[in-house]
Design a protein around this ligand. Structure first.
Ligand code: SAH
Length: 215
């Protein structure tokens, strides 16, 4: 599959619509314009790739809505060269957006089948993203500490283990809540280790599960 002029045109329109919805961070908008979202989806659903909607990617999971990817990336405020841990690799789309923004990405997925599929696919792209199969609640102690942590599934609790893997001055973005809706939290770690939270509206994510999935 190729990235044609048509795809690029549709992508530009999508980015413009996301900008109109209030995303002003040009690094985020640029990354969305660069990453060919249609390649992360099943080829038979091409016409959906550049609508601002979430979409199923198999194994009962979804690729997040482009606006949500943009919003989380904006809150994360990644600087070039920073180490970012993502929980919930899914299709790998968000991970590539962060890579284009200059992050060194470490992303964890719990579903083996999805992990294998995404790993094989990302090897065909030019962005380097480090992928791990595992339970994101545990994080990656071997690679900690991180400048940024992004959770792309609904967290019923705030995992303390992950906060411990965040640098002082670091930011964690997490959709927090148990029901069908979550509040988007931007948590900033202070020099003394305390967290200061900001609330940024309501979103809907698939749940962050607690074990290693064999599904
Ligand atoms: N960021 C993804 C979308 C994420 S959907 C993208 O850009 O496409 C949420 C993902 O989190 C799913 O793939 C789900 O399998 C994964 N997930 C759920 N619980 C998890 C856990 N405990 N550890 C790691 N991944 C988890």
């Amino acid at each position: 599959m190729q990235d044609s002029f048509r795809h690029k045109g549709l992508r530009k329109q999508l980015v413009e619509s996301i900008q109109k919805k209030g995303i002003v961070d040009t690094r985020v908008l640029n990354a969305l314009e660069v990453v060919p979202r249609h390649l992360f989806m099943d080829s038979s659903f091409l016409e959906f790739a550049y609508q601002d909607k979430p979409f199923p990617i198999g194994s009962g999971q979804t690729i997040s809505q482009p606006y949500t990817v943009a919003f989380q990336s904006m809150l994360l405020d990644v600087k070039k060269g920073q180490k970012v841990m993502e929980i919930g690799t899914g299709s790998g789309y968000q991970a590539c957006v962060l890579a284009v923004m200059g992050a060194r990405v470490y992303s964890i997925e719990r579903q083996r089948r999805l992990f294998m599929k995404t790993k094989a696919f990302l090897e065909t792209l030019s962005w380097k993203v480090n992928l791990f199969l595992g339970d994101g609640n545990i994080g990656l102690p071997k690679f900690a500490p991180f400048d940024r942590i992004l959770i792309t599934a609904a967290a019923p609790t705030i995992p303390e283990t992950l906060i411990n893997q965040l640098k002082p001055g670091g930011i964690m973005v997490i959709p927090y809540g148990e029901g069908s809706e979550q509040v988007m939290l931007k948590m900033i770690k202070q020099a003394d280790g305390n967290m200061v939270d900001e609330k940024h509206g309501i979103f809907r994510f698939v749940p962050l599960l607690c074990d290693l999935g064999n599904d």
